[in-house]
Each structure stands twice: as structure tokens, then as C-alpha cells.
Design a protein around this ligand. Sequence first.
Ligand code: WQD
Length: 342
Amino acid sequence: MAKKILVTGGTGFIGSHTVVELYNAGYTPIIVDNLSNSSIKILDQIEKIIGYRPEFHNFDLCDDVKTKNFIAQHSDIGGIIHFAAYKAVGESVEKPLDYYKNNFFSLINLLDAYKGKPVNFVFSSSCTVYGQPEILPVSEAAQVQKAESPYGNTKQVAEEILSETAQASKNYNIIALRYFNPVGAHHTALIGELPIGVPQNLVPFITQTAIGKREKVTVFGNTYNTPDGSCIRDYIHVVDLAKAHVAAIKRMESELSASNYEVFNIGTGTGSSVLEVIAAFEKSTGVKLNYAIGDKRAGDIEQIWGDATKSSEVLGWTAELGLETMMQSAWEWEKYLKNGGF
Ligand code: WQD
């Protein structure tokens, strides 16, 4: 029987793509999600892609009794990928306690439910832990910087919780993946990002502008110390990112981990500026984007991209899809949404 992998937050943007890639790799994904930032309809979409409807459980992992009971009743779970968390930087500044409660309680409850039992655990971390790195590309060995927001702090402290938990007990086999900027959508355009309200992130803002939902994209500054003056990020296709989770599960299953707590950068190793992203969008879709240069956004990191050496040499995972494929797939998804496909 195919090994069951629990995907928390499995109806979300990265979670849903990971459910698909797990299934494609021969696993049986099982989802827990409280639908706080996703839709149950994603299950139909996943089923359209893989021809299988994953087992789904709607509850909040912040409920320790429910979480314990669920884990006790599912002793056949062979690994966990924990996505379920709040993730909006700005909102976390307004509601820090909501972020600390939600992101920590769920993580701690899950880990606690495995006390005394072995578990392979993949955690969604973020390049946000690096702040503005002094050396680029930034490697996993770089010093973690003080978090700029409660959201970022939840990722940093979660990494500490995981590392200390792993140190205290060999039952825990943990990999934290530090994502750079996940964008794009599945090539079928049946799943993708579903931002609530006005998107804060660049790529959904671009696609919503191109489709006519927003008037124009503002490029947040063009006087940074970068070749074209706009900020640089390491954009990674969500399908590549999803595959990194499968690689992490396989690494732990094959007992290849060098220690029971490991950290990997998950990026392409290449930085792209905001203006390059816009150019890639226009080139790959043939759609002209209405954009203008505006003020810098407070708190923005000037430039960051990841060193992908460890993930490629140790984890055995490398990003395959380029910026134009990211933009084109994000655009197909936006058109699918407009046409009422979802
Ligand atoms: C990308 C670039 C903006 C919108 C996010 C999270 C962070 C981490 C990484 C998860 C920046 C520019 C954006 C717009 C623009 N993720 N931009 N006009 O800032 O890298 O951060 O991803 O942990 O926590 O917040 O991503 O998509 O917001 O911005 O010019 O309308 O696009 O200045 O350079 P960012 P983003």
C-alpha cells in the first residue's frame, strides 16, 4: 500500500500542489485543513488533476485534543508536511497574537501528538529568516537576522522549536525548507493561488491587473542598488517547490539525513528584478501590462536570492521551471478564474 502522508494546509496554494506531486510520486496524501484561507472546492480540482479524491479532515490543529485524537487514530501516517499557518506579513503586524497562537499552537500540538513515536516531518520555513543577507546568494549557513514582522518571527522561532525538539529526541526526523518566492500555478490551470482581497504579492497583482481587476501595478521603487534599480527576488515555480517536499520525505524515509534536523534553501539560485518579472510576464503571455514606478515599500529587502547548492547536492532536488513558465502558468490560472472555472 502506498505510504500515507499527512498534508496540513493541503487545500492551500503550496499544499494543493504538493498533494498532487505526492500522489504522482506514489504516495497517498491525506489532508487536514480548517479552510481559514482556502476553499473546499480545491478538493474537486485536485481530483480533476489526479483522478483521486484525497481523504479530507476539516479541523483546527490549534485544538490539541482533536489533533492528538486524529494522530492516534491514524497510526498509518508515514510522514507529515506541515503547511497550515497564517502567512500575511502586514496582517501579522496588526494581529501579532493571532499569528503566534495559530502558527505555534498548531506546530506544537502536532509535534506533541508524536511524543514517543517516530515521525518524519517537513516544515514550511522561509527565506524571510535571512533578512537582507550580506553575501549573495545566501546559503543555509548564513546568520539568521532579527525578524521584521511577527509572521517572520513565527518562522524563526518555529525553526528553533523544531531544532530543539529534534535534539531532545531521535524520534523526530525533521527537515525545514526555506522557500524563496513561490509563484505560478499547475500547468492544467486547475489549481493556483487564491489571494483574498487585494493581493500583497507581486505576481497575483500582475495577473489581476492584466485581467482588468486592478488598474495598474506599482513597481515599489527603482532606485535600489541593483542593475535596473528595482528589488531582486528568487522566484520559484510552485510545482518545483511542491516536488522539493516529496524529495524531503524521500530523504528521511531512506534514512539519508545527516542529522535529524536539516535545513534547505528552496529557490532557483537566480535573482530576478521586479522589472524583469514584468518583462517575463509580457513576453510569455503576449499581454501588455499597465505599470508605473512608485515609491519604495516600507520594510522591503533590496535583494535576495538563494544558494541552491545544498538542495541540489544533498537533497537531490533542483528547480526546473523558469520565470516565463511561472508567469505563463499564473496567467492561465487567472484566466481560468475569470472564466468561472472555479
Ligand atoms: C516581491 C517584489 C516588492 C508588489 C514575500 C513575503 C515574505 C516571504 C517572501 C514567505 C518585491 C515588489 C510587490 C507590488 C512591487 N515569504 N512588488 N509591486 O516582498 O519578497 O515577500 O515573499 O515567507 O515573507 O512577504 O514578496 O511578492 O510581496 O514582493 O513592486 O505590487 O515585488 O517590492 O521587491 P516579498 P512580494
